[in-house]
Write a protein that binds this ligand. Structure first.
Ligand SMILES: NC(=O)c1ccc[n+]([C@@H]2O[C@H](COP(=O)([O-])OP(=O)(O)OC[C@H]3O[C@@H](n4cnc5c(N)ncnc54)[C@H](O)[C@@H]3O)[C@@H](O)[C@H]2O)c1
Ligand SMILES: O=C(O)C[C@H](O)C(=O)O
Length: 336
């Protein structure tokens, strides 16, 4: 009887039993705090683990008073604190790192954020090798390949479990289109593919309810450089945090829905992708069907028009460089 119940318990994954530990690395930051709050409000999250190099216990104490069922714990900024925050996690969100100031590109963050993401990825590979890793830290086009290289070096790389969070690009696209067309953003489903910076962000309006918008240069530019609007308005105090928290929480919710057995969950995300590997592009953001094992299926980009064809060409050139820069960084700077 005892043996039978043990075997039965093991037969169900934590997710199938709806026990989901979610960890945020960089939890005390501009994104980390509202993201932690939104995760605390998500009934799919049963345990919330918050880690930062400063301030995570305080954020955890605060968020823990929200009267939802999940437990919340803030971890000390020590290697053992980080390891404990990660052990048993099903989803790890990483918004750790510095944000842009006006005049900077996301690539200008590389020198600081590459080593932060490398070191946190190492901790993930060692303590939560089977977790779904959701990378928010910029430049996403390079930090996701950095994480992949670290997992490979530890022999635990599973391309189905690594996601660059590009949700904010589709959130913005649907909002901006709704402003132009006087519609409700919830009815606007805009596909955005490529990467997450400048011209690597490619909206495919020809596939939307408004194919005419694919010749609207101002709108294309707004989607590609939407992040700059916020950086400029914050005037040195950082970049998007609140809209990003919403987008990150949506991505985490989708991963958990799929993990808990829901079929047909589709999100745009920057993943190890077969779509343009023949052109040397190893990672690409497109619609991805999620499942209990992470990436279930990378969906094709579909039909694009002549304008979008040109946008994709410009995207490929930059994206390839960004990806290779991340891979080279880990090869030359493996860290401890
Ligand atoms: N993917 C996207 O769409 C998207 C959107 C917005 C911002 N971002 C990026 O997210 C990152 C964070 O932005 P923010 O506004 O929250 O910045 P922030 O400076 O407000 O917060 C970053 C947090 O990371 C923490 N941190 C730094 N190094 C760490 C480490 N080694 N381990 C754990 N925590 C560490 C800091 O202490 C800080 O609390 C930036 O790189 C930004 O460019 C990405
Ligand atoms: O613009 C930034 O630097 C932050 C983020 O990538 C965004 O798109 O808002």
């Amino acid at each position: 009887m005892f043996m039978a119940s043990r075997i039965q318990t093991r037969a169900f994954s934590a997710s199938a039993r709806n026990l989901s530990k979610v960890t945020v690395l960089g939890a005390a930051g501009g994104i980390g705090q509202p993201l932690s709050l939104l995760l605390k409000l998500n009934p799919r999250v049963t345990e919330l683990a918050l880690y930062d190099i400063r301030g995570a216990p305080g954020v955890a104490a605060d968020v823990s008073h929200v009267n939802t069922k999940s437990t919340v714990k803030g971890y000390d900024a020590t290697p053992s604190g980080l390891a404990s925050a990660l052990k048993g996690a099903e989803v790890v969100l990483i918004p750790a790192g510095v944000p842009r100031k006006p005049g900077m590109t996301r690539d200008d963050l590389f020198n600081t954020n590459a080593s932060i993401v490398r070191d946190l990825s190492k901790a993930c590979a060692e303590n939560a090798p089977d977790a779904n890793i959701l990378i928010i830290s910029n430049p996403v086009n390079s930090t996701v390949p950095i994480c992949a290289e670290v997992f490979k070096s530890k022999g635990v790389y599973n391309p189905k479990r690594l996601f660059g969070v590009t949700t904010l690009d589709v959130v913005r696209a649907s909002r901006f289109v709704a402003e132009v067309k006087s519609t409700d953003p919830k009815d606007e489903n805009i596909t955005v593919v490529g990467g997450h910076s400048g011209v690597t962000i490619v909206p495919l309006f020809s596939q939307s309810n408004h194919p005419d918008l694919s010749s609207n240069d101002a709108l294309i530019n707004r989607v590609q450089f939407g992040g700059d609007e916020v950086v400029k308005a914050k005037d040195g105090a950082g970049s998007a945090t609140l809209s990003m928290a919403m987008a990150g929480a949506r991505m985490a919710e989708s991963v958990l829905r799929a993990a808990q057995g829901e079929k047909g969950v589709v999100e745009p995300t920057f993943v190890d992708s077969p779509l343009y590997k023949d052109q040397g592009i190893e990672f690409f953001s497109s619609k991805v069907e999620l499942g209990p094992n992470g990436v279930e299926k990378v969906l094709p980009v579909g039909k694009v028009d002549a304008v979008e064809e040109k946008l994709l060409e410009a995207c490929f050139a930059d994206l390839k460089k960004n990806i290779e820069k991340g891979q080279k960084f880990v090869a030359e700077n493996p860290g401890n």
